[in-house]
Design a protein around this ligand. Structure first.
Ligand SMILES: [Zn+2]
Length: 490
């Protein structure tokens, strides 16, 4: 089951609810604040108490072991097994005995403590703090700290860590589902709150809600998403946040279908991504120099191998080996491009998810490399020879499908020659591979910053193209790939 869902934590600001602005309401609020402050002031003490008592449990066993002459002798013999020339049989026998003693000592501790480890620390904590900290919180905290302790244990023993200790400001954990009832609730007036133990009602405050928290909370309320153990944390500035753990079924991550990522496969930067509705979100992957360098090296080596095949031996000795070498090399080359495409496509999907975009638009490049279209850049042909764009697009497509992102192909015409700010099209606006300057006199943003000598710096041409692709409404059906190899580089 766990694999079918993704757990994410969202941080949402919360305020204690004001139950009416009359005297009664204010009194309740005052009391609520006191309750909260007491919890916050005591929680780290409980956490430390639990951790020390865990340590005490271990120390107890350790003490019992070193005080047992039998146990010490076995350990000593085992350590010196080589010196004593013990047979394998004898060693096995000793180990058996040792683990028997281990169990006995553990039992001893249990009778001494009268319960399991986790239970023992809970008892200590609740005995001292139950009147100030709700038992729901204590249970969660105890569980959390016991598991932290266990995971730290070996590192503590080997001296890589110290015992976990806790400061004030620790997140206060509590169960979001109490007796199968969701503690996140909606009031009749539509406001949403978390019912915290001791009757504290924390109102959720979404603010500008850039990360789409409201939508996620709505889906939790509707039952579409599950919740895990969550917590409430007060930061040093006194602001309080709900850290809600949401369990999202893998196929249902909510993405905004109006937000589009445009992907430009460029010459200068191999891949550039931009958004249709946000100018500041952009991503560039790879550099042409590095890309070309590796490709060129591979190409040179291939030429060498080919030449050695044609000039030196014609069916003679060594031909077979050389053919094999060439095949191996071709495999390497394919692997490398393949790997690059995997890395690039993965980054595109991650970018879309991070930006919460439900659509990816790419140029319909199936007609590429053939000269019928005047707008095809000469440089494209060069890079097409070296890189399988088609494969990259396919990878983006299937990875997007798995993440519920729609992929559309748009008409590639004019995407690199049009200003993404004002839509002005004119030849020569892309003044170099990397720079675009809008020629529309009224357009301000499309020219970039003005330099001292009155010229314009321009904007990044790849980003401009990516944005045009994201904004484009000219969606096309993607043509199927012809069977002949387009990217053959011979
Ligand atoms: Zn413009």
């Amino acid at each position: 089951m766990a694999n079918d869902e993704i757990c994410i934590t969202r941080k949402i600001e919360v305020h204690l609810h004001l139950h009416g602005d009359d005297e009664e309401g204010r009194a309740r609020r005052k009391k609520d604040f006191e309750t909260w402050n007491t919890i916050n002031d005591n929680l780290f003490k409980v956490a430390n108490l639990i951790a020390t008592h865990q340590f005490f449990n271990d120390a107890y066993e350790f003490r019992a072991k070193i005080h047992s002459p039998q146990y010490t002798k076995i350990e000593k013999d085992l350590n010196n097994s080589q010196k004593l020339k013990l047979t394998q049989e004898q060693v096995r026998e000793l180990e058996k005995e040792k683990s028997k003693l281990d169990k006995e000592i553990e039992e001893q501790r249990k009778t001494f403590l009268q319960c399991s480890r986790q239970n023992s620390t809970f008892r200590v904590a609740s005995k001292l703090f139950l009147d100030v900290i709700p038992s729901n919180v204590l249970t969660c905290l105890n569980q959390k700290i016991c598991s932290t302790y266990t995971s730290y244990k070996s590192e503590v023993e080997s001296g890589k860590r110290t015992l976990p200790n806790f400061k004030k400001g620790l997140p206060v954990p509590f169960q979001m589902n109490l007796n199968k009832k969701l503690q996140l609730r909606r009031r009749t007036d539509g406001s949403i709150f978390v019912l915290f133990p001791k009757g504290l009602e924390w109102d959720l405050f979404f603010g500008k809600d850039k990360s789409n928290n409201r939508e996620i909370v709505n889906r939790v309320l509707s039952g579409e998403y599950g919740v895990g153990e969550s917590s409430i944390q007060q930061n040093k500035k006194g602001k309080t946040f709900l850290l809600i753990v949401v369990k999202i079924p893998k196929k249902a991550i909510c993405l905004d279908s109006k937000r589009v990522v445009g992907v430009d496969l460029g010459i200068n930067v191999p891949l550039c991504a931009a958004l249709n509705d946000n100018e500041s979100a952009k991503m560039y992957i790879g550099s042409r120099e590095q890309f070309m360098k590796v490709r060129e090296q591979l190409y040179v080596r291939k030429r060498e191998l080919q030449r050695s095949l044609t000039t030196s031996t014609r069916g003679g000795r060594g031909r077979k080996q050389k053919l094999q070498a060439l095949e191996r090399h071709e495999g390497k080359e394919r692997n490398w491009t393949h790997l690059q495409n995997h890395i690039f496509s993965k980054s595109v999907i991650e970018f879309a998810q991070k930006q919460n975009a439900g659509v990816i638009q790419m140029e319909n490049l199936s007609g590429f490399g053939r000269d019928k279209n005047d707008e095809v850049d000469e440089g494209y042909k060069y890079i097409l020879r070296y890189w399988s764009y088609f494969e990259l697009q396919q990878m983006i497509e299937y990875k997007a499908k798995a993440s519920n992102i729609e992929v559309r192909y748009v008409d590639p015409k004019y995407t690199s020659q049009t200003c993404s700010y004002c839509g002005h099209y004119e030849k020569g606006q892309r003044i170099s591979q990397s720079t675009f300057v809008c020629k529309n006199p009224e357009c301000e943003k499309g020219k970039g910053k003005k330099t001292k000598d009155g010229k314009y710096e321009g904007i990044n041409a790849d980003w401009n193209a990516a944005r045009n692709i994201a904004l484009s409404g000219k969606v096309e059906e993607r043509k199927k790939k012809k069977k002949r190899k387009i990217q053959s580089n011979q």
